[in-house]
Design a protein around this ligand. Structure first.
Ligand SMILES: NC(=O)c1ccc[n+]([C@@H]2O[C@H](COP(=O)([O-])OP(=O)(O)OC[C@H]3O[C@@H](n4cnc5c(N)ncnc54)[C@H](OP(=O)(O)O)[C@@H]3O)[C@@H](O)[C@H]2O)c1
Length: 318
């Protein structure tokens, strides 16, 4: 199979490229060339900035692909420019979405029929949803139908595993939060620490794209995650186990945490609000229609992330 990946030089996109190359597919990645990913041998590279009008059309002149994967469709516009540039050049279109589009959840575990729009605010009126991602899903389905191209959207929960700093306990991706556990410093968890978070290992997430590529008859949106969600307290305990330290946890109301750390920039307010929403999904549809089966437990996935941060020197044992 001849596959184009928009993005593709880091974390999830890179892992998809690796899995496709490993099984003998042809892979082309299209990106600006700014992120130095360790691309496997055999990957072709197109240097293009998709935010520049007409740039992707020019880069794709004379090229066709069995399928394209848009890894960085962060807004409706970003989906549109890519799909329009791909018109007549691909047999199938896959896009990376996000389960964030369902937040705030009204039932758990949520499946693909959970409402998405316009439920983008929490009880206090603050934004917690992912309306831009929702717009990119809608744009993909709309344009795919207009062009007669089958569209499949895979929606990860929080992606974890070697290759990126995982979501921390303050809604950001800062190694400093994890370092606190190693250093024996108190770790403030929002509210009562019982909010649910569901991780998907990057290798499982990438495998779902490969499965979807092999099933051209399967279209629509799929939630992709691990077997079960975990509480924030359990996540902190897993992090502690991985570094060999018992975390010193205190519980702080979310608003107090935001106020306490707002100026230091340690807390990402939007991210923290999102983290305090329960995120818990069923993968039954992906199991049934894609044959998806997660290989990584949340426990093993957290350990993999911690080992990677240690190897990279992002956190250090002292
Ligand atoms: N991480 C999570 O927990 C999580 C959860 C849910 C959903 N998601 C979704 O997962 C996807 C993220 O994919 P990812 O891990 O592969 O990485 P990513 O960090 O979002 O992607 C960056 C890639 O896009 C390229 N890129 C960035 N701007 C570009 C531009 N203007 N033109 C062309 N290329 C550009 C980068 O290369 P250059 O810098 O060289 O251009 C790189 O290859 C997103 O769709 C996100 O919404 C992530």
């Amino acid at each position: 199979m001849n596959v184009l990946i928009i993005g593709g030089s880091r974390f999830l996109g890179l892992e998809v490229a690796r899995q496709l190359i490993a099984r003998g597919d042809s892979v082309t990645v299209a990106n600006r060339g700014q992120t130095q990913g360790d691309l496997p041998e055999g990957v072709s590279r197109l240097t293009v900035d998709i935010s520049q009008a007409g740039a992707l059309e020019t880069a794709l002149e004379g090229k066709t692909f069995d399928a394209a994967i848009h890894m960085i469709a962060m807004t409706g516009d970003r989906a549109r420019v890519v799909i329009e540039a791909l018109e007549g050049k691909i047999g199938r279109y896959l896009q990376c979405g996000s389960v964030g589009i369902y937040a705030p959840l009204s039932r758990v575990p949520a499946d693909e029929t959970h409402p998405t729009h316009p439920r983008d605010v929490g009880p206090d009126g603050h934004f917690v949803g992912f309306t831009d991602k929702q717009a990119s899903d809608e744009e993909a389905f709309r344009l795919g139908e207009a062009q007669g191209v089958p569209v499949t959207i895979l929606r990860p929960s929080a992606i974890i595993g070697a290759g990126d700093v995982p979501l921390d306990l303050w809604g950001a991706r800062s190694p400093a939060c994890f370092q606190r556990i190693i250093d024996g410093e108190v770790l403030s968890l929002p509210n009562d620490g019982r909010a649910l978070i569901q991780f998907v290992h990057v290798a499982d997430m990438a495998a779902s794209f490969v499965l979807a590529l092999d099933r051209p008859e399967v279209t629509g949106g799929f939630n992709i995650t691990s077997e079960y969600a975990v509480t924030l307290t359990y996540y902190a305990q897993l992090l502690g186990e991985a570094v060999g330290r018992r975390p010193r946890i205190e519980y702080v109301p979310m608003m107090e945490l935001i106020d306490r750390y707002a100026e230091s920039g340690k807390v990402n307010e939007r991210g923290l609000r999102f983290l305090c929403e329960h995120m818990c999904f069923t993968i039954e549809k992906a199991r049934r229609e894609l044959g998806y089966e997660p290989q990584w437990s949340p426990e093993a996935a957290v350990a993999d992330s911690v080992n990677w941060m240690l190897e990279q020197g992002l956190i250090v044992r002292r």
